[in-house]
Write a protein that binds this ligand. Structure first.
Ligand SMILES: NC(=O)c1ccc[n+]([C@@H]2O[C@H](COP(=O)([O-])OP(=O)(O)OC[C@H]3O[C@@H](n4cnc5c(N)ncnc54)[C@H](O)[C@@H]3O)[C@@H](O)[C@H]2O)c1
Length: 343
């Protein structure tokens, strides 16, 4: 049995620093190839990681036979084609969120993963935040009872240059949406991970403060209904003045909890009390919002692959979050409820 995975990384932009830092500190990972169409980023990544090969063409990286796993860290519209090609070449794949920009592509990825004898995982690192883990454990132990309702408030700050300088953000074809698919998707994932399957949604999206710079939405509000009848509301915006900690409140039969990023609060008599501080934000600035939990997800995934176990965040498990994003966008266009189809 192998004791190490040989890694190829496609896309050496902003988030690649988090992946390379994690991988370079793991004993069971070795970065052997990096790829980017941007020469300067490619060379910097090769030097930083000591990768043997640096490719400008992602198909060449996938052709490298001794690569076991490919990390896909590119713009959203490239996740599906790159992941599918890598699966077909017999590689394991870890793609950044969102898994794809359309539900149809996500289904093709699930099909490719089913046919491959390898794993497709999608980064949803917030499932490993201390607050999420604590609620999941109580739920699985049967302590919380049935979900009654849930609410989420996602208020982030993004200015026009974040979109215009990227070359891919802000456009439907390349980003697949705005605040929902890029920022809120982590919370949409937790809404079903901790709350259960969602049956239908009615949502409204709009392009407001950034309407002169982008096509996609920078605001959204929605109501939704779980399969068990529980009600949910959410709002998400990129028009706030700071990246505020995301609030996710889950009202169960036996207890009400609020997740504020890593922190967990229990609401008693209407007052939230801190019950778990979680990891204090060691990295002030952007990384504290992305969460520190990438390293936990990557380490768990690698352990599962190396020991032949199924990893929990596979393509099917990642599907509901993208499905909800797309249903809200569709609901807004039709101004009507959308029933969520199962995987
Ligand atoms: N999990 C998180 O918290 C988190 C945080 C930030 C970003 N992300 C995700 O990571 C992904 C990348 O985001 P980013 O902020 O690093 O973007 P970025 O624009 O900084 O980096 C993307 C990189 O991909 C490269 N690229 C584009 N087309 C390519 C191609 N055909 N072949 C090879 N390389 C190509 C670009 O040159 C660029 O270097 C996105 O899916 C984003 O949503 C996730």
């Amino acid at each position: 049995m192998k004791d190490m995975l040989r890694v190829g990384i496609i896309g050496m932009g902003g988030i690649s620093r988090v992946h390379t830092d994690v991988l370079m500190n793991m004993e069971n990972a070795k970065i052997v190839a990096v790829c980017d169409i941007n020469q300067a980023r490619l060379q910097a990544a090769k030097e930083k990681t000591g990768a043997e090969n640096a490719y400008e063409n992602w198909e060449d990286l996938i052709k490298q036979e001794d690569i076991d796993i490919v990390h896909v860290l590119t713009p959203h519209y490239l996740h599906a084609p790159m992941s599918i090609r890598a699966l077909k070449a017999g590689k394991h794949v870890l793609t950044e969120k969102p898994m794809a920009t359309t539900v149809e592509d996500a289904r093709k990825m699930i099909e490719a993963a089913d046919q491959a004898d390898t794993t497709l995982s999608v980064i949803f690192q917030n499932r490993y935040n201390a607050s999420t883990v604590a609620v999941k454990e109580m739920q699985e132990a049967g302590e919380l009872g049935r979900l009654i309702c849930a609410r989420a408030s996602i208020c982030w700050h993004r200015e026009a240059p974040y979109y215009t300088e990227s070359g891919w953000r802000g456009a439907w074809a390349t980003e697949g949406g705005g605040t929902l698919i890029n920022q809120a998707i982590h919370t949409l994932d937790l809404l079903s991970y901790l709350g259960g399957p969602i049956k239908r949604v009615l949502g409204h999206i709009s392009t407001d403060l950034l309407r002169d710079s982008i096509e996609v939405e920078d605001n959204c509000h929605a109501v939704f209904e779980y399969e068990n009848g529980a009600k949910g509301v959410l709002h998400a915006t990129n028009n706030y003045g700071i990246d505020a900690p995301i609030l996710l409140e889950l009202v169960y039969e036996n207890a009400t909890y609020q997740l504020l990023a890593e922190k967990l609060l229990k609401v008693e008599d209407g007052v939230p009390h801190l019950v778990l501080r979680g990891q204090d934000a060691k990295h002030l600035g952007e990384k504290s919002y992305w969460g520190d939990s990438h390293k936990i997800q990557i380490a768990k995934l690698y352990d599962c692959i190396l020991t032949g176990k199924k990893f929990e965040i596979d393509a099917r498990s990642a599907f509901p979050a993208l499905n909800l994003v797309k249903a809200i966008q569709e609901s807004s266009a039709k101004n009507d409820w959308i029933n969520l189809e199962k995987v």
